[in-house]
Design a protein around this ligand. Structure first.
Ligand code: PHE
Length: 460
């Protein structure tokens, strides 16, 4: 049998695991979820979820991968033959994620170009007299001043709803192709041979983040945003949706329940310690999210002060935060183009190692099961990922990004996480009461949220 690949040093493994964890989830998803659930109010369930699910499951996944020396489906199959499907379920979840994750990356590539001053602009065509979009040099201040219009109409040309996809946007396709090609060259020889590049794509975003935090904190009104971010609001804790979102975010951000951490740790020697590695990875990741919160909320505070409104009135959250609110605020600052370019480069460099960490477990599932060679399976995954991604690159794709993100993270990952914990805990004989209490609480949260959403739906 072929010898299993090995990390060359402990640092390589930690950088890969941290790189998988730190991604769009920290700078785009965390602040917007925190914002949606009341800023400071969200931090409490977030840290509870980190301690009760994040760190224990990370240790469990690292331990499982190291012990079984295989990707998720094969690792579960080695625990017990009929657990294999849990592994496949996690690969299904990660597949859904990489389909849309690369499209958000594609938008970021587009926004790097827009920030640098080249964007679509509505003009009257001379021949026909009709309005049409022409690509020309457009200063960031110009388009970002009407950033919502720009994002929805000039850039995404949104259709009326998810049922209506419309045509494919060629410039998003270019971004999508760049993201997939980049990841192809990155994992061609396997993650363990990536070497120095991964240090760059983990460290560069950190440097940019520090610059953005300093910029944010030195703006007038920053404190207003930080107050919103850091003051707990205990009333919001009564909302079960907040708790579910916190658990979903912890799974997403630590790349849990998706086979990623299992496959990375399967390249560790059997004797390596996993507890410390898990704690370092979790703290580095959640520390980054917390830090990124300063960059985002300080800038929101600045906008709130400049516009004379309260912080929650500045943005609607969701995809709005990165692509609408942030550019608009950046355009009010000196050297707007530089900050805009930096911000979107931050996002793509953050995202790349997360993306490869989504492709790796998926491929490894097939490689382990059918002994397929990496060289054969990688191009197939890349081409299929690109082709399915085209659905999200249509005019109605935006709606689907939002829907799939919500469903996979809040329900899919939490569910796979619970199954993992039950399967492994039960099999290796964790005290039943401990497992059951934990599971009970999580199941309760899910049911309560379902009920709540139903009730809300009926009210509207
Ligand atoms: N954790 C990554 C992020 O926060 C996303 C990710 C999901 C990475 C699934 C790997 C697997 O952006």
């Amino acid at each position: 049998m072929e010898e299993r690949a090995r990390w060359r040093r402990r640092a390589d493994f930690i950088f890969a695991a941290v790189g998988a964890a730190i991604g769009l989830g920290n700078v785009w998803r965390f602040p917007y979820i925190a914002f949606k659930y009341g800023g400071g109010a969200f931090l409490i369930p977030y840290f509870v979820a980190l301690l009760t699910a994040g760190i224990p499951l990370l240790i469990l996944e690292f331990g499982l991968g190291r012990m079984m020396q295989a990707g998720a489906p094969a690792a579960f199959a080695k625990v017990r033959k009929n657990f294999e499907w849990i592994g496949w379920l996690s690969l299904f979840a990660v597949m859904l994620i990489f389909f849309y994750y690369t499209v958000i990356m594609a938008w970021c590539w587009n926004y790097v170009v827009f920030s640098a001053g080249f964007a679509p602009k509505l003009e009257v065509a001379q021949e026909t007299g009709h309005l049409k979009y022409v690509w020309s040099s457009v200063n960031i201040r110009e388009w970002a001043a009407r950033s919502e219009q720009f994002f929805k109409h000039d850039f995404l040309r949104l259709t009326s709803g998810p049922g209506h996809l419309g045509h494919i946007l060629w410039y998003v396709v270019i971004g999508l192709a760049i993201s997939w090609l980049w990841s192809f060259f990155y994992v061609r020889h396997g993650p363990v041979s990536i070497g120095k590049e991964i240090y760059f794509t983990v460290i560069i975003p950190w440097i940019i983040l520090v610059i953005l935090v300093i910029r944010g904190l030195t703006l007038p009104g920053a404190i207003k945003g930080l107050n919103y971010y850091l003051t707990p609001n205990f009333a919001a804790l009564k909302n079960p949706e907040t708790w579910l979102a916190a658990y979903g975010q912890i799974f997403f951000t630590l790349s849990l329940a998706m086979g990623t951490q299992i496959v990375y740790s399967s390249y560790l020697e059997r004797r390596t310690d996993v507890n410390n590695n898990a704690i370092v990875t979790a703290l580095a990741n959640c520390g980054t999210s917390f830090f990124a919160g300063f960059a985002v909320f300080s800038v929101l505070g600045f906008a709130a002060q400049a516009l004379g409104v309260s912080v929650p009135e500045v943005t609607k959250g969701g995809l709005h935060l990165a692509f609408i609110t942030y550019p608009r605020i950046i355009s009010m600052l000196p050297a707007a183009a530089v900050i805009g370019v930096l911000f979107f480069i931050l996002l793509v460099t953050l995202a790349i190692d997360s993306q490869i960490s989504q492709v790796e477990p998926f491929m490894c599932g097939f490689m382990d099961k059918w002994r397929i060679d990496r060289k054969k399976i990688l191009p197939i995954v890349v081409v299929c990922g690109f082709l399915v991604g085209l659905i999200f690159a249509t005019r109605g794709g935006y709606y689907w990004v939002d829907i799939i993100d919500h469903v996979t993270c809040d329900f899919g990952l939490t569910l796979v996480g619970i199954l993992e914990a039950i399967a492994i805990g039960w099999f290796f004989g964790a005290p039943r009461w401990a497992g059951l209490t934990g599971i009970g609480v999580i199941v309760l949260i899910i049911i309560m949220s379902f009920v709540l959403m139903k009730l809300k739906g009926r009210e509207e």
